[in-house]
Structure formats: structure tokens, C-alpha cells
Design a protein around this ligand. Structure first.
Ligand SMILES: Cc1cc2nc3c(=O)[nH]c(=O)nc-3n(C[C@H](O)[C@H](O)[C@H](O)COP(=O)(O)OP(=O)(O)OC[C@H]3O[C@@H](n4cnc5c(N)ncnc54)[C@H](O)[C@@H]3O)c2cc1C
Length: 683
């Protein structure tokens, strides 16, 4: 393989493709989000961080950049995609602010908007947008996080008082980890079991005042502080307990379930489980935002590591007096470049997801169209899958970037410790990643016909085994293009590894094989007499999760291929095309044992794969900085001292090189060996 890449590629041509449909939102953020309060402050106390982030949230509200997702009639923009893009941009700043904003305008405001009635919108939405009414999204309890259908808080209607009685029956039912609760929240959207006329109608949500105007807790409400956390120091996570708090009937967010004065319960969705998951499904935006924000943090970490690696020098080649920049080491490139390729792939997949989410939500919430159940289920599954892929990729990549900067990466002043600590919990909140993978798998197995119900053992596994569909891979947005590429390679197992059709076929084969295997095993278990339903599922759980992971990989790969196809600038397209090869081949390489086991690679081709990855890396090495430049992260957002020092550092390095050279000349003249100039190993 010879290098065919142009020597220079304009990063703005790549940026244009990355910025996509909401480029105007990204541009506005880059130009105008310049307040120092929006950036992390190193060594700050928890109290100071909380105060700064509250101040920053208020400034953000005043700037008018929080209304994208809200209805136009209340001063919003009816632009769901814009709201996610705007959060993604905020995530280049202090992640505590991103999370605080996500709680206030995404979770609290979003629940009020999507689960509440027009009357409730009239009364509260403007104050939510202006941050005059800070609020919480109180779902998780100490005893139940992932399985929220089993929440223990009760809200019991009494026709005599026309009020609900909101109650925490025991400690495990206490609301826990709740953002905005410890310091700022005035109200909370509280999730609890709705009981009326002695019947439990399942989990619903109420708008509940938790603090008085003077900041003291409302009668019957106990507020606690979750205390110091591993990261997100500026977010005031807290605990809420309710002691028979009286909540007026009209505070029920009643879009999906209503209680009449006499206590009669009505809902357009009869099945309780179905109703609950429909309610949760409308809140998908939060999950999409967390995935996108993880992507931003990853880009920032890679930007810092790539730039540092380009000036940092360690060791000289034997016989050479000049020390080597660490980005020139193959193993360093092996760390940075595949991670960059995956970050690009995930970015394209995220853009596709945001567009789909925007279109689905606009149809229903702006144009008042009927909910397309299949599209909604598929969206939820895609959102869950990409949240998993992006947050785990962030966790791995930020750690790698930290190590890539050596000791400097461990100093707070270089940003990476904050990125690491703040994004860590992204794998847990907005849905634990392992649990979300099961949601993805369930959608795949049932063809999105039934993704409702607790994931605990999938209860009626026999039923699911009956309805698992014949495996047809649903296509992503690039359906026609992908099909053409895959068809072109046909049954040729010896097609060049750089053939895009062959690469796509490998991703497709792996997913199909995993899915078919999982279906076979589930069916077998369902037909095994005496096997408990829980065991039927649990026996296959690892296989089922792998199915989900291989599915996500394919979706991401296809999004990258479509992204390359949309790139018009020839040089940018060539660079992205090579990066896409790297994503494809490094993903296959990472799983080459499986491909060998399943006859998709011979030993010779497996070795060829590794050498091709190395060659791609060599080709891409000169473009590392272009690839991070294309993220277009404004210099002042990076808040990393090692980057501030970059010009100085280069000067120091140049001076040091000159010194080393003159010493070398002197020592050679005196007969000393050149190897004496080698830098001793680090202490
Ligand atoms: C900083 C922070 C902020 C938060 N903010 C909010 C907020 O504002 N509002 C809110 O309502 N909540 C919030 N949460 C709560 C968060 O959503 C939950 O922590 C999360 O849903 C996980 O629940 P859990 O902690 O009970 O973990 P669990 O559900 O107990 O999970 C523990 C482990 O069990 C595993 N597990 C669980 N079920 C299964 C299964 N079926 N199969 C295999 N493995 C399984 C999981 O993978 C995980 O490893 C926040 C949490 C944190 C840490």
C-alpha cells in the first residue's frame, strides 16, 4: 500500500461535514459561549463549584440558549435536534454545567413539557426556561435505579381532599442522587406508584414543590445532600423523602394517565407496562444528550493528547542526536489514531441519531401526528445503544489520553483529570450501560414489536422466544449505498481488506451470527422442560449482550460510510475514507479471534489485517493535528496548561536540540560514543 493521501487537508472542510444539520447552533456556541464561569476551575471546593455552576446556569438561561427544545409559544424554538447539539457544545466546557443544564432543561423541563398538560405548560414552562424555577427529576430511589418500574414511593389519591398523598414508605424508597436537589431545586418531577380507589396504576409523575421561597424544605419534605462525588463537583445531587405530602390533583403530569375528581383513572394506553415505557420513551432526549456529551469530552481529551504528543519528545534514535516526538512512535499512534477513528465514527452515528430523534419528535410534538410506534421503539433502541458505545468509548479514551500525556496528564491544570472524573458516571446515569444493552438486544430479538416490560429475566421468555423475528438486519440511513457496496463484494472471501464492501460484510456477518445464535439458544431454553424463566434468559445473557454490541458496531460503521459519502471536498473525503478504513479494520482486528474461529479470516489474512492497520496508521500520522483541528474546539475552551505552553515548549525544545547537537559535535570531536547522548529512562 502506498501513501495516497494529499499532503495537506483543510480541516474546515472536514469540520463542515462533522457540524452537519445543526452547524448554526455549533457556530453560535463557538463564537459566543465565552464566559469563564462555564469552564472548570481547578482545585475549587465543592461549595464554590456549586455556586459557580448555579451562576453559570443562570447566565446560560439569560443568554437564551436553553430554549431550543421548548415550544415556540413559550419562547422556545421547537427544535429538539438543536437542543441536543447545544448540550453537546456545552459539554466542551465544565461538565458540571452540562449536567446541571441537562437536569434543569432536559430532564425536569423535558418531563414537564412531554408528560404535562397545556395548563401546566402555561403555568410553569417560562419560569423553567429562565431558571427562576430550578427543578429536579426525581426518579431513582436508594433501592431501585435500573428497575424503575419497581419504585416504592406511593402517591395515593383521596377524592375527599382532591389531593394525592405522596409518601416514602421506607428508607429504600428515598429518592437518591437527584441533581439540583441538594441546593437549588424549588420543585421536582417526582415518580411514584399512582394508587386510586385501592388500585395501583403503575408509575406516574407529579410536579411537587420541595422548597419554599426562603429556601427551607416544604412541609413533609426532607432534603439531604449526596455529598462529595468522584466528579461533577458543581452539581448538587441530593436525597428527597416525603412524609405524607399533600399534592393537589392538578399536579399530576397527566398526558398518559388522568385521575378524575372522584378518583376514576383513565388512560389512552390500557396496558400498564406499555404506558410506563411509552412515558419513559418520550424522555429519550436525555440519553441522546449524554451520549453526545461523552463524544465532546472524548474529542477534547484527544485534542489535548494529540497536540501534546506532537511536541513532547522522549529518547533519541541510536546514532541520532535529535529526540523523537512521541507522536512518531508507532505504539503511540496505535493509541491515538484508532481512538480518533472511533470518535469520528461515533460522531457520524450521533448526528444520524439526532436527526432521527428530531424528525420523530417534531412529527408528534410539533405537528401533532400519531406516534409511529415502530419508529419510536427503534429510536429508543438506537439512543440506548449509542449512549452505551459513546460513554464506554469516552471512559477508555480519556484514560488513554491521560496516559498519553504522562505525568502532565495527571495534573488538574491539564484538564484530563476533570474529564476523566466527570464523564465516569456517564456509563451509569441515564441508564446503566449493561442494562441498556439488554434493551437494545430485546428490540433486535423482537423486531421492536415488544420492547416493553422489566428486563429482569425478561419474565415471559417463552413468549419472546416465540416472537423473535427471522433475522433481517434493518438498515441505517445509508441503506442503498451500503447494500450496493456489500452486494458488489458478493461471496468473495479473499476480497482486499481495504474493500469497503468486505469490511461492511464482516460487521454484518458478525451481527447476524450473534443474533441467530442468541435466538437459537433462547428457543432451545424455552423448549426445555422444567427450566425456570429466569434461567432461560440468564443462561444466554452474555450472548444477548454481545448481539447488541455487534449491532451497535455495525450501525456506527454504516454511519461513518455515509458520512464519507456526504463529504464533497476531495482531499477531506480521501482523509475520512482512510480513517474509515482504520475504524473498520481496527474493530475487526480487535475481534480477530472471533473472526478466525468463525472462518471469516484465515491466519494469513489476520496477519495482513494487522500490517494493514499499521500502514493506515503510518499514512494518517501526518494528519493527526488536522483531524483534531476539525473538531474546531476554541482554544480558550480547552483550559489545559500544556497547550497554553505549546509555543514556549517548542522554543524550549528547539533550544534543547541545538544544545544537544553542539554537545554531540563536541563529544564526537573528543572521541565519545554518540549513544552517550541517549536520554536516560524516566525516573
Ligand atoms: C452523579 C449522579 C447523578 C444522578 N442524577 C440523577 C437524577 O437527577 N435523577 C434520577 O432520577 N437519578 C439520577 N441518578 C441515578 C442513576 O440514574 C442511577 O444510579 C442509575 O440508573 C443506576 O441505578 P443504580 O445506581 O440503582 O444501580 P443498579 O441498577 O443497582 O446497578 C448496579 C449494577 O447492577 C447491574 N445490573 C442491574 N440490573 C441488571 C440486569 N438485569 N442484568 C445484569 N446486570 C444488572 C448494573 O449493570 C450495575 O453494574 C444519578 C446518579 C448519579 C451517580
Amino acid at each position: 500500500m502506498t501513501s495516497t493521501l494529499p499532503t495537506s487537508v483543510d480541516p474546515t472542510a472536514i469540520q463542515e461535514v462533522l457540524d452537519g444539520r445543526w452547524a448554526h447552533v455549533r457556530r453560535d456556541a463557538r463564537e459566543n459561549l465565552r464566559d469563564p464561569d462555564f469552564l472548570p476551575v481547578y482545585g475549587e471546593s465543592m461549595q464554590d463549584a456549586r455556586d459557580r455552576v448555579t451562576r453559570a446556569a443562570r447566565k446560560l438561561a439569560e443568554s437564551g440558549r436553553v430554549g431550543f427544545g421548548f415550544p415556540k409559544e413559550y419562547g422556545g424554538e421547537d427544535d429538539a435536534g438543536g437542543s441536543v447539539s447545544s448540550i453537546e457544545m456545552l459539554a466542551f466546557g465544565d461538565l458540571s454545567l452540562m449536567v446541571k443544564a441537562g437536569v434543569q432543561w432536559g430532564l425536569f423541563g423535558g418531563a414537564l413539557q412531554l408528560l404535562g398538560s397545556r395548563r401546566q405548560h402555561e403555568k410553569y414552562l417560562r419560569d423553567v426556561m429562565s431558571f427562576d424555577l430550578p427543578g429536579c427529576f426525581a426518579m431513582t430511589e436508594t433501592g431501585h435505579g435500573s428497575d424503575v418500574q419497581q419504585l416504592r414511593t406511593t402517591c395515593t389519591y383521596d377524592p375527599a381532599t382532591q389531593c394525592f398523598d405522596l409518601h416514602t414508605p421506607h428508607q429504600a424508597a428515598r429518592k437518591d442522587y437527584i441533581g439540583n436537589a441538594a441546593k437549588d431545586g424549588r420543585m421536582a418531577v417526582v415518580f411514584a406508584q399512582l394508587i386510586s380507589g385501592g388500585t395501583n396504576h403503575g408509575v406516574h409523575a407529579w410536579l411537587v414543590p420541595i422548597r419554599n421561597d426562603d429556601g427551607t424544605p416544604c412541609a413533609g419534605v426532607t432534603i439531604g445532600d449526596a455529598g462529595p462525588k468522584a466528579g461533577l463537583n458543581g452539581v448538587d445531587n441530593g436525597r428527597l423523602t416525603f412524609d405524607h405530602v399533600q399534592v393537589p390533583r392538578d399536579m399530576l403530569l397527566d398526558r398518559y394517565g388522568q385521575v378524575a375528581e372522584d378518583g376514576t383513572y383513565t388512560s389512552s394506553i390500557e396496558n400498564e407496562t406499555r404506558r410506563f415505557f411509552t412515558m419513559l420513551g418520550t424522555l429519550v432526549r436525555g440519553r441522546v444528550s449524554v451520549g453526545g456529551s461523552a463524544g465532546s469530552a472524548t474529542k477534547l481529551a484527544l485534542d489535548i493528547a494529540a497536540r501534546y504528543g506532537n511536541v513532547r519528545r522522549q529518547f533519541a534514535a541510536p546514532g541520532d542526536d535529535r529526540e523523537i516526538v512521541i507522536n512518531d512512535y508507532l505504539v503511540h499512534q496505535r493509541k491515538l489514531l484508532p481512538a480518533l477513528a472511533t470518535t469520528y465514527a461515533l460522531h457520524f452515528a450521533q448526528n444520524e441519531l439526532v436527526e432521527t430523534m428530531h424528525d420523530v419528535q417534531t412529527a408528534v410534538h410539533v405537528h401533532g401526528e400519531e406516534v409511529d410506534e415502530h419508529a419510536q421503539r427503534e429510536l429508543e433502541s438506537r439512543a440506548a445503544g449509542l449512549k452505551v458505545a459513546q460513554t464506554w468509548h469516552a471512559t477508555r479514551t480519556i484514560q488513554m489520553a491521560r496516559e498519553a500525556c504522562g505525568g502532565a496528564g495527571y495534573l488538574q491544570e491539564n484538564r484530563l483529570p476533570h474529564l476523566k472524573a466527570d464523564t465516569d458516571v456517564f456509563t451509569t446515569f441515564e441508564g446503566d450501560n449493561t442494562v441498556l444493552l439488554q434493551l437494545v438486544a430485546k428490540g433486535l430479538l423482537t423486531g421492536y414489536r415488544d420492547t416493553f416490560g422489566s428486563l429482569d429475566g425478561w419474565g415471559r421468555i417463552g413468549f419472546i422466544a416465540d416472537m423473535v423475528r427471522e433475522t433481517v438486519l434493518e438498515r441505517t440511513a445509508a441503506r442503498a449505498l451500503i447494500a450496493r457496496l456489500v452486494d458488489a463484494v458478493g461471496r468473495d472471501d479473499e476480497a482486499p481488506v481495504l474493500d469497503r464492501g468486505w469490511q461492511l460484510k464482516m460487521f454484518e456477518f458478525r451481527e447476524k451470527h450473534a443474533l441467530e445464535g442468541a435466538i437459537r439458544r433462547l428457543r432451545k431454553n424455552a423448549g426445555t422442560e422444567g427450566m425456570a424463566p429466569f434461567d432461560m434468559f440468564n443462561d444466554v445473557q452474555d450472548h444477548v449482550l454481545r448481539t447488541a454490541e455487534t449491532h451497535i458496531d455495525r450501525v456506527v460503521m454504516e454511519a461513518f460510510v455515509a458520512g464519507v459519502d456526504r463529504t464533497t471536498d476531495p482531499a477531506a473525503r480521501q482523509l475520512l475514507d482512510t480513517l474509515c478504513d482504520l475504524y473498520a479494520l481496527s474493530t475487526i482486528e480487535a475481534d480477530k479471534g472471533w473472526f478466525l474461529e468463525h472462518g471469516q479470516l484465515t491466519a494469513t489474512r489476520a496477519k495482513l489485517l494487522t500490517s494493514t492497520v499499521n500502514q493506515l496508521i503510518k499514512q494518517l500520522r501526518p494528519h493527526i493535528i488536522t483531524l483534531v483541528d476539525a473538531f474546531a474546539i476554541p482554544a480558550e475552551w480547552k483550559a489545559a496548561q500544556i497547550l497554553e505552553e505549546e509555543p514556549d515548549r517548542q522554543e524550549v525544545m528547539a533550544a534543547r536540540d541545538a544544545e544537544v547537537r553542539s554537545e554531540a559535535e563536541g563529544s564526537q570531536a573528543s572521541g565519545e560514543s554518540a549513544t552517550a547522548l541517549e536520554v536516560p529512562p524516566a525516573q
